[in-house]
Design a protein around this ligand. Structure first.
Ligand SMILES: [Mg+2]
Length: 267
């Protein structure tokens, strides 16, 4: 098959924590050789794209900042398009707020004045953030946006709470669901990724380690999808295929042991 564009997940696909996964370097090189454009797409909103890119280059994987799209970037793009100039109240880590501050997004530190609440990963999450959420949504008109739905993040020490945990805590106290959750599997983010690549989704190959985010997103917009068994859904085998669908309700087009095997799909 020929794929003009490639969307690559990072954690569990190319890296695990701070380590490069075996075969990843060769896999990325093979994809670069094959396709017109490569985009690394991550639901980790903590580091800016430039940091993800330099971390990849430290591992010997060719990547420029413009080839990385994070859930924080997708959130900023969404805010610019739908809420240009609106007052944004963040319930998120300092590292995410710093990224928002680097853009033209209009931040407020007064929850009652918020027109949009943005919730995401927050290592300093506190009781007062729940109070802020109550105050921000009291007018019944404030928009609720989450950076990404990942409730937990796999680390070398096991699972830690992710953006989705904060989004759900805010949803709980506000007694309402988010208006939008960016990152994977949102279709808004899938379209943004295809735009970045300059390639229609149907001509893209997506490679990721999660059925519920990576494969679900690619599937929804017509990308060809490959699940790698080096991450969250590493136990997936063709034997799990029941009535054409895997546990998360989606079915990858291919299952690979690792990114190092991706050359098989390019022949
Ligand atoms: Mg992953």
């Amino acid at each position: 098959m020929t794929y003009r564009g490639v969307v690559l997940d990072l954690d569990g696909t190319v890296v695990r924590g701070d380590a490069l996964l075996p075969g990843a370097q060769e896999g990325v090189a093979a994809l670069r050789e094959h396709a017109e454009a490569v985009l690394f797409l991550t639901n980790n909103p903590l580091r800016p794209a430039s940091e993800h890119a330099s971390r990849l280059r430290d591992h010997g994987v060719d990547a420029s900042p413009g080839e990385v799209l994070t859930s924080a970037d997708a959130t900023v793009a969404y805010l610019r398009e739908r809420h240009d100039g609106d007052r944004i109240y963040p319930i998120a880590d300092d590292a995410i707020v710093a990224q928002l501050r680097d853009t033209d997004v209009n931040l407020t530190d007064d929850p009652a004045a918020a027109e949009v609440v943005v919730a995401g990963f927050d290592s300093g999450f506190h009781f007062r953030d729940l109070q802020a959420a109550i105050d921000a949504f009291a007018d019944g008109e404030t928009t609720f946006v989450g950076t990404d739905p990942d409730v937990t993040i796999p680390t070398s020490d096991g699972l830690e709470p992710g953006s989705g945990a904060i989004v759900r805590a805010v949803a709980g106290v506000a007694e309402r669901e988010p208006d939008a959750v960016l990152g994977k599997p949102s279709e808004t983010t899938a379209r943004l990724a295809a735009d970045r690549l300059g390639v229609p989704p149907e001509e893209c190959l997506l490679v990721g380690d999660r059925l519920d985010t990576d494969v679900a997103m690619g599937d929804a917009v017509g990308m060809t999808t490959a699940l790698v068994r080096t991450g969250v859904d590493g136990d997936t085998t063709v034997d799990d295929d029941v009535d054409g669908e895997l546990a998360a309700g989606v079915r990858p087009d291919y299952v690979l042991d690792s990114l190092g095997d991706v050359h098989r799909l390019l022949e």
